[in-house]
Design a protein around this ligand. Structure first.
Ligand code: FAD
Length: 316
């Protein structure tokens, strides 16, 4: 079933979450161990992130260094198929522009369709660590909107390398939105203009970047509506879990902590204290969002479900 149909059929706020494929060499059991404790909250869909290659330097003979490409977390599509098979819950693979030619994207979508996966979250992807800015594949897409356009074309039976019409695919496409603006955007208004393009190209719903101040989400939804972006906007939440997160999350995800939260974080001296605060804050955010009637709350678990489970127990 498509994400948009789950949302339209829902009588109250849905619960969903996102997991990462395990590091290469770990078994799928580590994924199930993260999902099992969350099944009691009846997730209607589970997202699986996509991780592209990274470059590392391996030391060779005579001290020479060789630049080697590795993918540390492969397996997105296989995990989606395994989730659907084991839990009978819809899986949403993330599909990115980075590293893919149009043809590879097309073939990946054909694989998904054969597996009965009809949901995709379409993203550009971040620059890889060795790039200062995002570099598209020479035969690929520069922006998420181009990827969404390609999927939309396939949904109409138009494939990139064939001139004849083929069997249409039937994907429901989601896109990313940023309540605190995407960090590369000149300002919120240009960012929203590009978000509108993604919706016009075929994105049927939006999932937001994590935020810790609900007012930012409410303002974002209002600004989207003013820009004629009328699809459901799913808030994304992440529990803060460690002292390291206090500086890492704002730096990596370009988000702010509200004053009330930052002053409490400053008092924390151990990871356990941060975890406890993270759960309390997550409950407070979730309850307020649920009361406001958001379509779904989407939790970034990073494949560790303990804190999300504690939050969900109080909210769903
Ligand atoms: P885009 O919508 O393409 O936007 C990128 C930037 O370009 C923005 O600044 C935008 O304003 C601008 N822009 C957009 N269109 C145009 C245009 N036509 N002309 C000029 N400028 C334009 N990354 C992963 O690698 N794997 C994942 O699994 C993953 N999952 C994510 C899930 C969610 C819910 C979110 C919010 C992010 C996720 N990311 C993931 C991170 C994401 O790939 C990055 O945030 C990336 O930098 C932007 O992706 P996007 O799809 O929003 O890009």
């Amino acid at each position: 079933m498509k994400v948009i149909d789950h949302i339209e059929a829902a009588k109250e706020t849905l619960f969903s979450f996102e997991i990462l494929p395990p590091l290469k060499g770990k078994s799928i059991q580590s994924i199930y161990d993260g999902i099992d404790p969350l099944m009691e909250f009846d997730p209607k869909f589970i997202n699986v992130t996509y991780h592209r290659e990274e470059y590392v330097y391996k030391e060779r003979e005579k001290g020479l260094l060789e630049k080697v490409s590795i993918r540390k977390r492969p397996g997105t599509v296989g995990i989606c198929a395994a989730i659907m098979n084991k839990y009978n819950v819809d899986a949403v693979p993330h599909l990115i522009c980075g590293g893919f030619s149009r043809e590879e994207t097309e073939n990946a979508l054909i694989d998904l369709q054969f597996l009965g996966i009809d949901n995709v979250l379409a993203l550009r992807g971040d620059p890889i660590k060795t790039e200062s800015s995002f570099t598209p594949h020479p035969k690929g897409h520069t922006y998420a909107v181009d990827l969404i356009q390609q999927i939309h074309e396939m949904n109409k039976g138009t494939y990139s390398l064939d001139e004849i019409k083929l069997e249409p695919t039937n994907f429901c496409v989601g896109a990313a939105g940023y309540p605190e603006k995407h960090f590369e955007s000149m300002n919120m208004s240009t960012d929203l203009g590009y978000l509108k393009q993604k919706v016009d190209a075929g994105a049927e719903y939006i999932v937001t970047q994590m935020f810790f101040d609900n007012q930012k989400y409410f303002d974002f939804v209002e600004a989207c509506r003013k820009h004629d972006i009328n699809v459901p906007i799913i808030p994304g939440l992440k529990p803060i879990k460690s002292l390291r997160h206090i500086s890492f999350l704002p730096k990596f995800f370009h988000i702010d902590f509200p004053d009330e939260l930052s002053s409490e974080l400053l008092k924390c001296e151990t990871n356990d204290q941060v975890k406890k605060l993270g759960v309390e804050w997550g409950i407070h955010q979730s309850q307020e969002l649920k009361k406001a009637g958001v379509p779904c709350i989407h939790y970034y678990t990073m494949s560790n479900s303990t804190e999300v489970q504690q939050i969900a127990k109080e909210v769903f």
